[in-house]
Design a binder for this molecule. Structure first.
Ligand code: ADP
Ligand code: ZN
Ligand code: ZN
Length: 802
């Protein structure tokens, strides 16, 4: 077995295949599929993934592998297969599909070092190589005559570890630890012999007699407000010992988490969990849709299902939308499973994410809670995957490979015989339709566990407000209710449904709107630095004082950005303390959490924010939820706009009155008669489902039809139009009834970063060779893509039609 089949890191369709390389003698007992290697490719040396090792090649003269990057595979056999499926499914390159499964640290070129464990014994040769050091650069090993096999053995035995140097400032991986070196009674004797003045030494020994476990030097020093010297003295007296220990960067403070026990399930919960447990037990793949309002106990079901999986010695992945991955949420899992949980959150630094990933790789945890990419966790013995809030669009990746985590979950579940559980208060029509047809198993939770009713929703017709002379963005009813709340010392959540709105600059005289010079979209006004910014490229400029079109100085900003609402609010109710949460106030790491904590500690009366406040928050003192503009996304060019509106309204209503206090929801709208607003205010999912399904059927949209979106971009407008037309023609010759091809039409944003954009949409029911047709298109234009900067973007499951 001396030939490796390698997928190389060249992102070009002409290269999308494996290449054979010879495995040099020194790597032969080491190299396995899933490891990364450096191989010669043309004049360059590039990275590649070993996907297979074979004895023979149909090629005669093979080049040898230059370097082996990993001693432990970074991709499991299962993930290698999954990569193949993923590439096919999303029509992306194999290399892209493999890269997406790895943490950032492994995607870039980082320096490596070999680090020895605290008390690991090493073979002589290795000992010599280290020459007393704790860590050595990897190159040193490579230049030596030592074998990879030897190194691999030491790594496997836990005596050595390969570390990636991420960024020196965050790679603080080792900590000096302290522990008693003598038995307790000897320490006690030592205390007796200490001079009276050695108070600190005395105190430290006392402490260690009481707590004879290891403790970090840093913690100990700060505990006793003393210096290194005190420790040094005690070490010299042979009473304590110090050693270095690898510490995982842990962004969550595990020790402060209160451990919880499984709750006794309600009857509804029992009924929901029973078939899931059965599927775990029998190792049969099944997809479950748990449909239950917020507070109906879905999470408790997840926890107990995972408990069973752990009990069987298996592993669990829990996906939670990025924005709901709050400490509150994480603590529910850590509270139940303690240190057995890894957390994959995009707010973690690259190093932190890598640490969490490695806990999975090293089998130190059985549960991972994370956002979308956690779906690729390298577990080898999965027993369940849970996707909470399955309707969230953030589960769809909008870059190549354009995958949906739900599909990946189901593929892994199918291949490895375990259940996938989807949970939501407002499932997607696609999922609910599948449950309706019996493809998924449906479990419904109708009641909140505390039997509290869902809060009452009152819709306010904003047109009447205008007629009555109220020109503010707050209805009279909402103002009254806010005043009531404030008087009672209760809290308020206000949602500005901003998608589709932004604050832009318009000239009052001529109506000129300032647009980005590179993208066909209005620039967004940022008040804090008085600048205009483009949200699609990095362009920004100062706000003009006179209109560039007509020289008028009547330039005003429009739209209802959160900043403006905040201003208006503080003008109307100066005594209210308002916290604003939107992309601008939460950009910094930890900001999100800080705002929520302030609100929880009642340091503010009103939490005002965009979509991000609608999810997962649970504050006892919130009794009023106001939705300022319920219909702002109803009219977007998106066939899911009714569904998204329904979801958002239902979600945000769930924020009020979750505990002892009764809640109320005020929904302000210009279209109170719209079915998604009416039915959301009645919490009537099934009626909404029927109405919306009828629409989808009439307009040939999912779940009746599948969609594929092809977007063509180029700097030259004519080129884009021509290519798009050619593509549509090619497709039209291939597809069958009842497939419909729409377009080509300009994309909803017709130009981004100076590139023109056209699109066509394929709606189909059954087109088994569609991927082949699209690959033919890709081939037909491959030359122009490579040489002429043409872009053809294919999305086999579009969520944003932009
Ligand atoms: P969901 O995930 O559907 O929003 P949760 O699982 O968070 O619901 O449950 C809502 C609240 O009810 C939580 O505070 C939870 O601890 C509590 N709860 C869940 N199940 C039970 C139960 N069987 N008995 C008592 N309380 C429960
Ligand atoms: Zn003007
Ligand atoms: Zn721009």
């Amino acid at each position: 077995m001396k030939i490796a089949k390698v997928i190389v890191d060249v992102p070009a369709s002409a290269i999308d295949q494996t290449f054979d390389y010879e495995i040099p003698e020194r790597y032969r007992h080491v190299l396995t599929p899933g490891m990364r290697v450096i191989v010669p490719f043309g004049p360059r040396k590039i990275m590649g993934f070993v996907v297979k090792i074979t004895a023979e090649s149909s090629f005669k003269k093979l080049k040898p592998i230059s370097e082996v990057l990993d001693l432990v595979p970074v991709l499991t056999e299962e993930l290698l297969d999954l990569g193949k499926w993923l590439a096919h499914q999303t029509l992306s390159l194999s290399i892209t599909a493999l890269q997406v499964m790895l943490p950032q640290v492994l995607k870039s070129k980082y320096k490596k070092e070999i680090v020895r464990a605290a008390d690991g014994a090493l073979a002589h040769e290795l000992e010599d190589l280290f020459a007393g050091r704790d860590a050595i650069p990897f190159e040193l090993f490579e230049e030596s005559t030592l074998s990879y096999y030897q190194l691999k053995k030491a790594v496997e035995a836990g005596d050595l570890a390969i570390e990636y140097i991420v960024e020196s400032k965050i790679t603080k991986k080792f900590e000096t630890m302290i522990r008693p070196k003598q038995e307790i009674h000897l320490l006690e004797e030592a205390i007796a012999e200490l001079p009276k003045t050695a108070k600190k030494q005395h105190a430290i020994l006392d402490y260690l007699i009481e707590n004879p476990e290891e403790i970090s030097q840093k913690v100990l020093l700060s505990k006793f407000q003393t210096s290194n010297n005190t420790i040094k003295t005690l070490v010299e007296k042979n009473l304590l010992e110090t050693y270095r220990k690898e510490v995982f960067r842990n962004p969550y403070d595990d020790d402060s988490i209160i451990r919880t026990k499984p709750l006794e399930l309600t009857e509804e919960q029992e009924q929901a969990i029973e078939p899931i447990l059965k599927s775990i037990e029998q190792e049969e793949h099944e997809v479950f849709l748990v449909h239950g309002v917020t507070g109906s106990g879905k999470t408790e079901i997840y926890l107990q299902a995972i408990q069973e999986v752990i009990h069987k010695g298996k592993e669990a992945i829990v996906l939670v939308p990025e924005i709901s991955l709050t400490p509150q949420m994480v603590n529910r899992f850590k509270g139940r499973f303690g240190k057995n949980v890894a957390v994959m959150h995009s707010a973690l630094s690259a190093g932190e994410k890598f640490d969490e990933w490695r806990k999975i790789q090293r089998k130190e945890v059985q549960v991972v809670v994370g956002a979308r990419s956690a779906i690729f966790s390298p577990f080898e013995n999965l027993g369940i995957i849970i996707i909470d809030e399955e309707h969230e669009t953030s589960y769809k990746q909008e870059d190549q490979p354009r995958y949906h985590a739900r599909d990946v979950a189901i593929e892994r579940g199918k291949n490895n015989h375990f259940p996938v559980v989807l949970g939501s208060a407002t499932p997607t029509l696609e999922s609910f339709a599948r449950a309706d047809k019996g493809v998924y198993k449906l479990a419904t939770l109708n009641k909140r566990t505390n039997d509290k009713p869902m809060p009452e929703v009152i819709t306010v017709d904003m047109r009447n407000e205008l007629h009555a002379g109220n020109r503010t963005m707050f209805s009279r009813l909402l103002m009254d209710k806010i005043a009531d709340c404030l008087a009672k010392g209760e809290q308020i959540v206000l949602l500005l449904n901003r998608r589709g709105y932004s604050t832009f600059i318009m000239c009052r005289d001529c109506g000129h709107v300032k647009e980005c010079p590179h993208c066909d979209i209005a620039l967004t006004y940022h008040k804090n630095n008085n600048r205009l910014k483009c949200h699609y490229c990095s362009y920004e400029e100062a706000v003009p004082t006179i209109c560039p079109e007509c020289n008028s100085d009547l330039i005003r900003y429009f739209g209802t950005g959160t900043q403006r609402v905040e201003e208006a609010l503080t003008q109307l109710i100066p005594e209210a303390r308002v916290l604003r949460m939107d992309v601008d106030t939460t950009r910094r790491k930890g900001a999100h959490e800080k705002i929520l904590n302030q609100f929880a500690e009642k340091k503010a009366d009103i939490l005002l924010g965009t979509q991000m406040i609608a999810k997962g928050l649970d504050f006892e003192n919130v009794t009023l939820v106001g939705v300022l503009t319920a219909d702002s996304m109803l009219h977007l060019p998106d066939f899911r706009s009714s569904e998204k509106t329904f979801q958002l309204l239902t979600q945000v209503s769930g924020r009020a009155g979750r505990h002892d206090l009764k809640g109320e929801v005020i929904v302000q709208t210009y279209t109170p008669e719209h079915y998604s607003i009416q039915l959301a205010s009645q919490y009537n999912f099934s009626e909404f489902y029927m109405k919306e399904m009828a629409m989808r059927r009439a307009f040939k949209y999912p779940p009746y039809f599948y969609l594929a979106l092809i977007t063509i971009t180029h700097q030259n407008h004519v080129k884009v139009v021509q290519t798009a037309q050619q593509i549509v023609r090619m497709l039209q010759q291939k597809v069958h009834q009842p497939t419909v091809i729409l377009g080509p039409t300009p994309s909803p944003i017709p130009r981004i970063k100076d590139r023109y954009r056209y699109q066509c949409v394929i709606k189909y029911k059954h087109e088994p060779d569609l991927r082949k047709y699209i690959q033919e298109i890709n081939k037909r234009f491959a030359e122009e893509v490579r040489k002429n900067d043409l872009q053809i973007i294919v999305d086999m499951q579009p969520y944003h039609m932009m």
